[in-house]
Design a protein around this ligand. Structure first.
Ligand SMILES: *[C@@H]1O[C@H](CO)[C@@H](O)[C@H](O)[C@H]1NC(C)=O
Ligand SMILES: *[C@@H]1O[C@H](CO)[C@@H](O)[C@H](O)[C@H]1NC(C)=O
Ligand SMILES: *[C@@H]1O[C@H](CO)[C@@H](O)[C@H](O)[C@H]1NC(C)=O
Ligand SMILES: *[C@@H]1O[C@H](CO)[C@@H](O)[C@H](O)[C@H]1NC(C)=O
Length: 468
């Protein structure tokens, strides 16, 4: 650290650090979001119907779209967060590493997010309200490049430097900017949303002013202008900055947000309500776990873990967002401040919403067809025959299966080819995260870990059926 004194806690979780500040223990639940849904320049609140200014990592229901309302969110068929009655979306900018030569590389996000729903009331008998249908909000300022000096406001946007090396109760240091030290167990990005509502607007022109923070950001009384108290929402998202521990240079930290902010002060978050509102209200009124274990709330039903982990939305903005990048996607030159960042446009970035990325190959020339992404299982394989190829392509696997007399072919984890005689069990079908490039052709997709990109010969009469 260069002359900055971090707030040090020895607690097991940020919520404990928060709890210390709260007069009386409050009930809460931690909503696990097991994976991200999508990383894309997409922000249906700030830039509806258009490609947004910078990349976001988005969690929640797969109804998420460039233009969306409550009904669209509710029409989701899965969510990367595990509570079935919650099809909301949660998003923040993602984190990049910048190398000395100026190139950028996205920092891997560990899992999805943990969303805390905290029943904070002041006074204690205050009635907490569920977010109404159509409700949405934004907190934070993408153009800010200096410490947020509004009293207490720094508690809303924080970074925790994780270090579990000392055991599970390892050191956690809290910062209001990107820490100037390596975080051995990752960097946890945290956002506390405002909980006080003006009681009438589902949104506002700046997407913020219909909401306000209570006196102490994460607890305290609501102001008279915003007298209606919602349940409090708090995001935690972890990035594996430790992967770059040997690649620091010039005596400064090398990370930045996707909007070109190397300070971290412009951290911001977005929320679109997709809850079954009656269930959320019931949970607020009846769930009283002091430990935050979401399973203790009996009104919730859950998606299967595998289904939540799998839930995704195919990207529609045709631009590179992974691997080494010459510039950040969009028009986001690095702007360290301390003055407010300038908003750039017309820099030649992709501004078109295209067709959804297709994670399969057209093999109709072989008289085969794509069936879908299918779950595999290490101890009970979906297809019996296996052969690995270091130059695997979709065609290569199909040809191999044909040569062995099979009618089903599945590619897994880039280089594994599986063949079968019959359709996979129904409960393994209907997955979507078959997104690993094929070892032999990085423009094709060959499943993923325990996911099979599955193809089959096109019925009797085709040149593959009927031949032994
Ligand atoms: C997003 O909206 C478009 C246009 O309405 C629609 O075609 C598409 O299926 C939607 N995407 C998802 C993931 O629902
Ligand atoms: C910049 O440096 C990184 C890591 O050292 C390297 O992988 C990348 O290819 C370089 N980019 C350019 C444009 O030279
Ligand atoms: C930013 O403000 C917080 C809270 O006042 C303080 O703890 C922190 O040290 C400040 N950071 C810098 C770089 O001034
Ligand atoms: C794999 O399948 C077996 C048998 O159906 C089942 O008991 C086991 O839980 C599965 N493992 C995973 C990781 O799904």
């Amino acid at each position: 650290m260069f002359g900055r004194t971090p707030f040090v806690t020895g607690s097991v979780a940020a919520v404990l650090a928060l709890a210390i500040l709260v007069p009386q223990a409050a009930a809460f639940w931690r909503l696990p979001c097991l994976n991200k849904l999508l990383v894309e320049r997409n922000d249906p609140i700030v830039n509806p119907g258009a490609v947004s200014g910078h990349l976001h990592t988005i969690m929640g229901g797969n109804g998420f779209n460039f233009t969306m309302d409550y009904q669209v969110a509710r029409a989701s068929t899965c969510s990367s967060c595990t509570v079935k009655q919650d099809l909301s979306n949660y998003w923040i900018p993602n984190v990049f590493y910048q190398a000395k030569n100026g190139s950028f590389f996205p920092v891997e996000q560990i899992g999805g997010a943990t969303i805390y729903y905290l029943q904070r009331r002041d006074p204690p008998e205050e009635k907490l309200k569920a977010f109404p249908p159509g409700f949405r909000m934004v907190t934070g300022d993408p153009w800010l490049r200096h410490n947020n000096t509004v009293v207490g406001k720094t508690d809303a946007f924080t970074y925790i430097c994780l270090d579990y090396s000392g055991g599970s109760r390892g050191m956690k240091e809290r910062y209001t900017e990107f820490p100037d030290r390596n975080c051995p167990s990752g960097l946890r990005v945290q956002i506390f949303f405002p909980s006080c509502w003006n009681g009438k607007d589902l949104d506002s022109p700046d997407h913020k002013s219909h909401m306000a923070y209570p006196t102490n950001v994460n607890f305290g009384k609501c102001p008279p202008s915003h007298p209606v108290r919602f349940i409090s929402v708090f995001y935690e998202i972890i990035f594996n900055t430790n992967a770059f521990k040997d690649q620091w240079y010039d005596n400064k930290q090398p990370f930045l947000l996707s909007n070109g902010d190397p300070t971290g002060y412009s951290l911001h978050g977005d929320f679109i309500n997709g809850w079954d509102v009656d269930v959320l209200q019931k949970a607020i009124d009846t769930c009283n776990s002091a430990s935050g274990a979401v399973e203790e709330c009996s009104v919730f039903k859950f998606f299967e873990r595998e289904r939540s982990q799998d839930c995704m939305v195919p990207p529609r903005v045709e631009e590179q967002t992974t691997g080494w990048l010459d510039k950040l996607p969009g028009c986001n030159p690095v702007q360290p401040g301390p003055e407010r960042a300038i908003q750039y446009t017309n820099c030649g970035a992709q501004e078109k919403i295209g067709a959804p990325t297709k994670y399969y190959t057209d093999v109709s020339a072989k008289n085969w067809e794509y069936v879908g992404c299918v779950l595999d299982n290490l101890t009970s394989r979906t297809f019996p025959e296996r052969e690995d190829f270091n130059d695997l392509t979709v065609e290569k696997c199909i040809d191999y299966c044909v040569s062995k007399g099979f009618e089903w072919a599945g590619m897994e984890y880039g280089r594994e080819c599986y063949c079968g005689k019959s359709a996979p069990p129904q409960d393994r079908m209907g997955y979507s995260r078959c997104t690993t490039p094929c070892a032999g052709d990085d423009k094709q997709y060959c499943g993923a870990a325990q996911r099979l990109s599955t193809y089959k010969a096109k019925g009797p009469g085709s040149n593959t059926f009927g031949t032994p």
